[in-house]
Design a binder for this molecule. Structure first.
Ligand SMILES: Cc1ncc(COP(=O)(O)O)c(C=O)c1O
Length: 461
């Protein structure tokens, strides 16, 4: 084999991607062509034709910058965690104002990693044990709950507040037991939950708080960005989200202790902190004692956790860097689109319960959730889909009614429910949402609102 060779630890040796000479000139030509390609393939927008043009609930919004970064990183051919990944971790952490930020392969792996970090032996008596309870909601995305069940801890479901579809904080006290160790909650569709009450509850009972920020990047509560209120926060960069890298996510924490655990678990469970392609970062690679390993056993192969490999590729991170630069504009566009739909649909508030921002918050809306006051959701959704308006349910509806809960429901084991989850069931039966993503035009929003009115036998003047 000639040229580049890759060793077993992922180190690149031999030729590195050239930036000078012929390679440099070719790189410039390729970049110029990529810009031309973007203009030819993507820049022109087809005119919107009501009823014919599909109106998705979300989608990728990008320009030449994403393609340029992607191709640049491809040509560099580092492939795994590299300079773009470092840059994105640093810049996302800086944006959020959080000390440690780790890129991972998805929002679901971010949630699994965040939860798993709290089961680390390093936390001593504070670690979550199998059989410990974790308070959460059933109206949400399944992978906020899955890590709890997968580990053998017990999810305890409380109902949601119908006005915000977020946790009903009045039920938290009822949910607590001597085995409660953590609260794991998402900010529903970008609308923050009542952070002040949840944080006070967690402090009172010394509970961990995991903040699933996957649908809320850019949201504020009490003037601060969400994601940093929990001991650990998570993001998803799947295409419908506020920014995308195709697949991807992040885990962030202010705590040095949790940060080190998250990094170890993400990177195979290893103890060593050497960045990808670097050996002997700590300077004591062959000079330490671990477990009952022989003295000086290579620190690169010392494992302090039973870990995963949830790292991202450098190409994903390169796209993420270009997306993060656009994030503030994306969040503003989502807020504008939400305000437009709210204004247009206000006359239908007698039949449609419209979404309300949580007190003291400035949401970073993921979608526009509506609940039909007198039923008829399925017919309305079918009508909108016929009109090419894409709709979504609030994810799992009531998670406890999903088939993955069949065995647990049958035996009444492995989970607990507080009260009757009546508001959760109402959302499952009567609610749906449409998009507010930056790719929507005012024309589309007007058509969406008019279509909803028409389907309900009403007119908007
Ligand atoms: C609240 C929430 N958490 C986690 C996830 C999982 O993210 P991913 O699709 O990147 O695994 C999603 C997915 O959209 C989500 O809505």
């Amino acid at each position: 084999m000639s040229g580049v060779s890759v060793g077993d630890g992922g180190e690149v040796s031999g030729m590195s991607a050239g930036s000078g000479g012929d390679a440099g000139k070719l790189h410039q030509q390729i970049m110029a062509l990529v810009e031309q390609y973007y203009a030819a393939a993507f820049a022109a927008r087809a005119a919107f034709v009501p009823g014919e043009t599909r109106i998705p609930y979300a989608g990728r919004v990008f320009d030449a910058a994403e393609l340029l970064n992607l191709v640049d990183s491809s040509l560099e051919f580092w492939l795994t965690h590299g300079r773009y990944s470092d840059r994105l971790e640093e810049q996302l952490g800086a944006y959020l104002g959080i000390k440690h930020c780790y890129l991972v392969s998805s929002g679901s792996s971010a949630n699994l990693l965040a939860f798993s970090a709290l089961t680390s032996d390093r936390l001593g008596a504070r670690k979550i044990l199998r059989g410990d309870e974790v308070i959460t909601v059933a109206a949400g995305f399944p992978t906020t709950v899955a890590p709890i069940v997968q580990y053998g801890a017990v999810p305890v479901f409380v109902d949601v507040d119908p006005a915000t579809a977020n946790v009903d904080v009045a039920q938290l006290e009822d949910a607590w037991s001597a085995r409660t160790k953590a609260v794991f909650l998402a900010h529903t569709l970008g609308n923050p939950f009542d952070v002040a009450t949840v944080q006070a509850f967690c402090e009172e009972y010394a509970l961990w708080l995991i903040e699933d920020n996957c649908d809320a990047l850019g949201a504020h509560y009490g003037g601060r960005l969400t994601g940093g209120f929990g001991h650990i926060g998570t993001s998803s960069f799947y295409p419908p989200h506020h920014m995308t890298m195709g697949e991807g996510g992040a885990v962030y924490t202010e705590s040095d202790e949790l940060g080190a655990i998250v990094r170890s678990l993400r990177d195979w469970g290893r103890d060593c902190e050497c960045p990808s392609g670097v050996d002997n970062f700590c300077g004591r690679r062959f000079d330490r004692d671990f477990g009952t390993l022989p003295h000086g056993y290579d620190h690169k192969y010392v494992f302090s956790h039973f870990g995963f490999n949830f790292k991202v590729t450098e190409m994903q991170a390169a796209i993420g860097c270009a997306q993060l630069a656009k994030l503030p504009r994306f969040v503003e566009a989502r807020r504008r689109n939400f305000a437009t739909l709210s204004r247009l649909l206000a006359p239908l508030a007698d039949v449609l319960a419209l979404p309300q921002a949580t007190a003291d918050s400035e949401p970073s809306w993921f979608g526009f959730l509506m609940t039909l006051r007198d039923g008829g959701r399925d017919a309305l959704v079918a009508d909108l889909e016929r009109r090419k308006i894409q709709t979504r349910m609030l994810f799992a509806g009531n998670m406890v009614r999903q088939p993955c809960f069949d065995a647990m429901r049958a035996t009444h084991q492995g989970y607990r429910v507080v009260g009757d989850l009546a508001a959760t069931d109402t959302i499952m039966n009567d609610a749906f949402w449409v998009g507010v993503y930056p790719g929507l035009s005012d024309e589309m929003l007007v058509y969406m609102a008019q279509s909803i009115a028409t389907a309900l036998g009403r007119r908007l003047d």
